[in-house]
Design a protein around this ligand. Structure first.
Ligand code: C2O
Length: 284
């Protein structure tokens, strides 16, 4: 059976986002211009964009400070991820085929929330294109300690790039996509079928988390799924994961002839989640 949206009222644990009754989401409720995402390098070459991006994350932090229970605030946004990755909601969307679609929805709402906080309905988040040579450098804005996109709980970023390069070369990343000979090897398997993550999730996705977050005690922020959402880099990382999912069906068929196509079963199509939208409304 498809997974159904969690009953958020039964959430227990340390990272439950605010509890409220969900409304049904529909595309008509949330129309708006199509937003085209750019790579870090392209987006951050425009100083006006950098200011906007920083302002959006500053507002996210301010909202957290002024109203800790607003689901759009910085820590609550991180909680939304934590709740789905620590069995707080009785399910973990990681290491299953829900990995790609769940994060796509999460990013969709996160981006709309940031746009709402800065009054820009065209705001887009950039993707951190670590799968290209140009994407191996993190924009300096992320290293400026006075910036709202700085995070103190990161690995030593001087060695980060070499770690990513050695643990995950560009050919390795590409083969993570190209070598997955079946849909389930790429996407992962339905929940309840054991540890069943797909090639991108278990490979490059994990490698970048490990390279970015603290890998010694207390293993936080990017170093742990439960706290990863506290670092702006997390969203940029996952936007690239999402881009790989978008690219995947456009690749030539696998060597064994299997098409690269998403599942069509009801279990896949009817999976449900619950997210907070840009008006702080829980929707499912
Ligand atoms: Cu939900 Cu990179 O993890």
């Amino acid at each position: 059976a498809p997974v159904s949206a969690p009953n958020v009222f039964s959430c227990t644990g340390s990272c439950c986002p605010p509890k409220q009754s969900p409304k049904l989401w529909s595309p008509q409720l949330q129309s708006g211009p199509v937003r085209t995402r750019l790579s870090f390098q392209t987006a951050f070459s425009d100083p006006a964009y950098v200011s906007k991006y920083k302002l959006a994350y500053q507002k996210l932090r301010e909202l957290q400070a002024s109203n800790a229970s607003d689901p759009r605030g910085w820590l609550q946004q991180a909680n939304v991820h934590c709740a789905y990755c620590s069995n707080t909601y009785g399910m973990d969307i990681h290491r299953t085929w829900l990995f790609f679609p769940w994060h796509r929805w999460y990013l969709y709402f996160h981006e709309r929330i940031l746009g709402q906080l800065i009054g820009d309905p065209t705001f887009t988040l950039p993707f951190w294109n670590w799968d290209s040579a140009a994407g191996r450098a993190i924009p300096a804005a992320f290293l400026d300690k006075s910036s709202p996109i700085y995070n103190a709980n990161r690995n030593n970023l001087n060695s980060l790039m070499s770690q990513i390069t050695s643990s995950c070369s560009i050919p390795q990343m590409q083969s993570a996509m190209l070598d997955a000979q079946t849909t389930s090897l790429f996407l992962g398997k339905p929940p309840g079928t054991g540890s069943a993550g797909g090639s991108v999730e278990l490979g490059v996705h994990g490698a970048v988390h490990v390279a970015t977050g603290l890998q010694s005690s207390p293993y936080i922020d990017m170093g742990s799924l439960s706290s990863a959402g506290k670092d702006a880099l997390f969203y940029a990382h996952h936007l690239n994961i999402d881009r790989l999912w978008w690219l995947w069906p456009q690749l030539p068929p696998a060597a064994n002839g299997n098409p690269r196509a998403n599942p069509t079963s009801a279990d896949w199509l009817n999976s449900q989640f619950a997210f907070y939208d840009e008006n702080a409304q829980l929707t499912m």
